[in-house]
Design a protein around this ligand. Sequence first.
Ligand code: HEM
Length: 484
Amino acid sequence: MAKMPMPPGPRPWPIVGNMFSISPNEPWVTYMQWGKIYGDLVHCRVLTRDIIILNSERLTKALLERRSYNYSDRPQHISNHLFGWGFNSLFLAYGDEWRLHRRLFHQAFRAEASLTYRPMQLSKVHQMLLNLFETPEDYSEHMQTCSTAIIMAATYGYDPSPRHDPLVTIVERSVDMIVKALRPEVASILDALPFLRHLPSWFPGAGFQRDAIECRKVTAEMVELPFKYTKSSLTAGTAAPSMVSDILSREKEDDSHELALKHASATAYGAASESSASTFQVFVLAMFEHPEIQRKAQEEIDLVVGRDRLPDFSDRPSLPYVEALVRETLRWFPVVPLGLPHATTESDIFEGYYIPKGALVIANIWAITHNEDKYPNPSEFRPERFFLPDGKLNDDTMGVIFGFGRRNCVGRYVADASIWAGIVSMLAVFSIRKAKDELGRDIEVEPEWSTGLAIRPRPFKCCIEPRYPELDSERLTQMIQTFC
Ligand code: HEM
């Protein structure tokens, strides 16, 4: 088996492999360019790790779905454990503990169960509309607050205060620290030189040990405190429906299940909060750049929903252009462009190539959603690409942005509902356009992107204002109250 060649790819340098050929800011673009040279299946090496890149939907289906029994592990990084994030469902090895987490997520967030969160999701989105009304310049913060509030409510039944909430602050600190710790240059050096983890924190160059001690402390609080909140609310009889309260009250879980529930619920925030907020910000950028598309979606909303009420989930099937706009937002800039790396449990042969045991397997979601054959002029924002010649929507729902096979995203139904509700509600109420300078000229913007668990445009100057003159804050409040 080992005689078969590895898939083609760039020639690695001694020791470092291809580490310095990969763009640190846009690795998905490097991988896509390699795809053009070597084919959709590419092999490269970073230090000691073999990496297999899948640049097409066909390959992700063939390996991550049809051979999912062998492609559903995750690479194990020393830094996950060193920084106290070894419990996290995103990174768990393919085994019994991961299976138990998936079962708990399935109970809370499968398609039918996700319907129960919809009234809560609309109410958080409406709060975002009011916040945008008051201080539109803080739109990025309002989108993050909305996204955080939805996942804290769905997971713990907890209603965070909009600013400086103590539980959200703890969770955000832990996520910030782990994002820095998992930077490839830190994670791969620790993986390649595992003895470094035994260095004492006072040793020159071992400052990461101090960060690790701090991160373990904050992460332990992130796991314990919100869970404790839900348990006390259950005892007091005040618990709102949520993943934790529903599972605790439905089943008499034994201790190991309670620990798994604690760990799975603590994963949800990190997995959910940034990705939905980032998608809202991609939407703002798309509307800023394409007023004509924004107008077309708003005309559809006026026709179907009117101007006397806000859109509801029951309107969704009657708003095909909005649907296409949502799909195009997900396609144009998938906020988790490389998904999460899978890993092989055993070595494999695929189409004559050798794929070693333990190789990291990356599905390049960016390359899939920018495939020129399927999406001509992929960098153009064009919702029309989702319509068939007969004017009906096609069946391409952009499920690829939620990953593949047994490790696909457990929160996809909740995420899809939050994103739709946020986008349609903003379109119904606001117009997003270029801000003007003191001479009345449009202020142009060169988008910049920031990275974290998800990619997002950095906040830029734009004008978010009520779409028509009669829509003042009193009118908006009245429209929101009709939902309560
Ligand atoms: C726009 C929103 C979201 C996007 C784009 C997104 C995307 C993804 C992607 C690409 C993966 C990796 C899939 C793979 O390995 O093939 C993933 C995994 C995961 N997502 Fe999401 N996600 C979103 C929202 C959420 C939400 C709301 C939750 C809430 C619970 C969530 C929980 C998870 C978990 C727990 C995993 C790990 C699954 C596993 O390893 O078995 N995500 N997500």
